[in-house]
Design a protein around this ligand. Structure first.
Ligand SMILES: Nc1ncnc2c1ncn2[C@@H]1O[C@H](COP(=O)(O)OP(=O)(O)OP(=O)(O)O)[C@@H](O)[C@H]1O
Length: 596
């Protein structure tokens, strides 16, 4: 069955057919073990890719580029059935695989000679289909596919069609393949670890399969971290208080800001930079600015670093909510999206640099290396970190992080290595305790402003807003807002506010934050925010919920409504904010806590 390093495609098709009927994971693993042992090592990578309905690992980002219409044309060409007939079969059966199979069964062309399909031929032909581009690409794709269907038996045609359409859906998870490889070529418990490590540092299941089949476990040890090939990210566990974290880790820990953006694994080799997402897709084309930042800001020209890309408002410099980053995931108009939603990179780890694999080095050493190789600038920075063994200090650091637009902290064990692909207790995330959507708008008083930069030069870029405190008849700050204003709003606000400018903080304004310009509290605007959080900076409800903390709005946005109908004392009060905060918590406690 296997000869000359190849395998009949029919063998694979039969295995696929049996897999579809299996209901237990153990049986599925056994079947894979059997297949892996029978297949020649040279094509085991091809088998593994095809089994998952792909040609390469995901990070390569190559697609077949074959739509339904094109595939139906190829089936029609090979079977001699009219295209209408093939389409009708597809409509009737509702499955393109079954349609291809039926077409094959009732093929009109008399075939004098069939060259039996092999796995390697299927694989390499599909590679050519994927690579066909430019003028006439569609026709070449049809011809190439038809050449396969021409030689396919009905069962082979079924699976061929499904692979091509990405509808194989055998549900063979990466971990099932790893289990099967470990048993087939190792047989010991240790084998699973070696196989998994090779996978975690390469993210390439096919490569791992072929290597272990050809060279055994020893061979896998030669799979090393390589620039250009993403490694599976280390993940964090979660606890809800600083004390629990300190109890778990013991001693001094390293607490870092947890930025709320998109995780980016940045690979650089000379002038070439690649960016991979948390799910290891190649997202380089969406982030030309990150490419440039890495090219100019990394002192090592051969490195893999990890960090969080955070979108910010170009005019105010403030972080934007995570969702705004999705504007960067478009296919066209990347340049425009890049201007509207620029990204700053906050690095938190180094995986590889100048020929050294840092994953086996302790956190403190990695952090030191990171500081060495990162040229800190406006667009590239290192996540702020503090070493602490005091829960109160950690709590304050978390509030500071949230105040700056972060989600909380990721606390790390200073002696821990980088465990690719693992979610373990050496990284623990601490998010703000309470999280829910704020659906009500609030009306707040403009008490200060900050000079605009960039496109907002000459007008105010952001405003300091306050709620009204009836008890003391003062205005307590709750947020800085720079989002939601049109250019016209900004000009109008700037002009209108001139009459209220004073050269010091108004005595009825209670603020820990220093504004560039202060106003007499007069103008009221409507604002919507994501939620209310505790804050070490804003003075509203200071100490009411927790000593040393006030309340703040997270991600506030001007709704476009200037409340000329309200005087400053009609603004939302601090008491109302406390109420809103409490009902928020109640809602959280009543809903099941979010999983990770
Ligand atoms: N300083 C930091 N260190 C590590 N991860 C950070 C840091 N800042 C932000 N992050 C982000 O936090 C994530 C760590 O949390 P976790 O491993 O649970 O990932 P997750 O499942 O994506 O969770 P979440 O939804 O909380 O981001 C990382 O994937 C990364 O994107």
């Amino acid at each position: 069955m296997s000869s000359n390093g190849d395998l009949q495609f029919s063998v694979l098709a039969e295995v696929f057919e049996r897999m579809e009927e299996i209901t237990s994971r153990n049986a599925l693993t056994d079947m894979l073990i059997d297949l892996f042992k029978r297949a020649p090592p040279e094509i085991l990578d091809e088998i593994v890719y095809l089994m998952q309905g792909k040609l390469y690992p995901d990070f390569v980002g190559v697609e077949l580029g074959v739509g339904e219409k094109l595939l139906l044309r190829a089936i029609s060409l090979a079977s001699g059935l009219s295209q209408e007939r093939v389409e009708e079969l597809y409509r009737k059966l509702g499955d393109i695989g079954r349609a291809a199979e039926e077409a094959e069964k009732s093929r009109k062309q008399v075939v004098l000679f069939r060259e039996p399909l092999t796995v390697h031929r299927v694989y390499t032909t599909l590679e050519r289909v994927a690579k066909a581009s430019g003028e006439g690409a569609q026709d070449s794709k049809v011809k190439l596919l038809a050449s396969l269907f021409n030689d396919a038996e009905p069962l082979e045609a079924r699976y061929l069609a499904r692979i091509v359409m990405g509808r194989l859906r055998l549900g063979v998870a990466d971990y099932t393949v790893l289990d099967a490889l470990a048993v087939a070529f190792g047989g010991t418990k240790e084998a699973r670890e070696v196989v998994e490590r090779a996978y975690n540092v390469s993210s390439d299941l096919g490569l791992v399969a072929r290597t272990v089949a050809a060279e055994g476990l020893e061979g896998l040890k030669s799979i090393r971290i390589t620039v250009g090939r993403p490694i599976r990210p280390m993940l964090a566990e979660r606890l809800s208080s600083p004390k629990e974290i300190l109890d778990k880790m013991g001693g001094k820990v390293a607490a870092e800001y947890k930025f709320d953006g998109e995780r980016m694994q940045v690979h650089r080799s000379g002038d070439r930079v690649m960016v991979f997402s948390r799910r290891l897709e190649n997202i380089t084309s969406h982030y030309p600015d990150v490419v440039e930042i890495a090219r100019t800001g990394l002192r090592s020209s051969d490195a893999i670093v990890e960090g969080e890309g955070v979108a910010f408002d170009a005019d105010t410099g403030e972080f934007l909510p995570f969702q705004e980053l999705m504007h960067r995931r478009r296919k066209y108009g990347v340049e425009k999206a890049m201007e509207e939603y620029p990204v700053s990179l906050y690095l938190f780890d180094v995986i590889y640099a100048d020929g050294v694999d840092y994953t086996t080095r302790p956190y403190m050493e990695r952090r030191k290396k990171l500081e060495e190789i990162v040229e800190v600038g406006e667009r590239m920075n290192i996540a702020p970190m503090m070493m602490t063994s005091d829960p109160d200090e950690m709590e304050r650091f978390m509030m500071e992080a949230i105040e700056k637009g972060c989600e909380g902290l990721v606390v790390k064990d200073p002696s821990s290595v980088y465990r690719a692909g693992a979610r373990e207790w050496s990284w623990i995330k601490l998010k703000r305790e309470y999280r829910s959507e704020m659906t009500d708008t609030v009306d707040l008083v403009i008490v200060g402003a900050f000079h605009g930069r960039g496109k907002r030069a000459g007008v105010y870029g952001a405003y300091l807003l306050a709620a009204y405190d009836q008890g003391s008849d003062t205005f307590k700050t709750v947020c800085k807002v720079g989002t939601g204003f049109t250019d016209e709003d900004l000009r109008n606000f700037h002009d209108m506010l001139q009459q209220y400018v004073i050269d010091h903080r108004h005595p009825r304004v209670d603020s820990k934050m220093d504004a560039d310009v202060w106003f007499v509290p007069q103008v009221v605007i409507e604002v919507l925010a994501a939620e209310i959080t505790l804050s070490p900076i804003h003075t509203a409800a200071w100490g009411a919920i927790r000593p040393g903390a006030g309340l703040a709005l997270r991600f506030p946005r001007y709704t476009g409504k200037l409340r000329t109908d309200k005087g400053p004392e009609d603004a939302t009060t601090v008491t109302e904010l406390v109420e809103m905060y409490r009902s928020q918590i109640k809602k959280i406690e009543e809903t099941p806590s979010e999983g990770s």
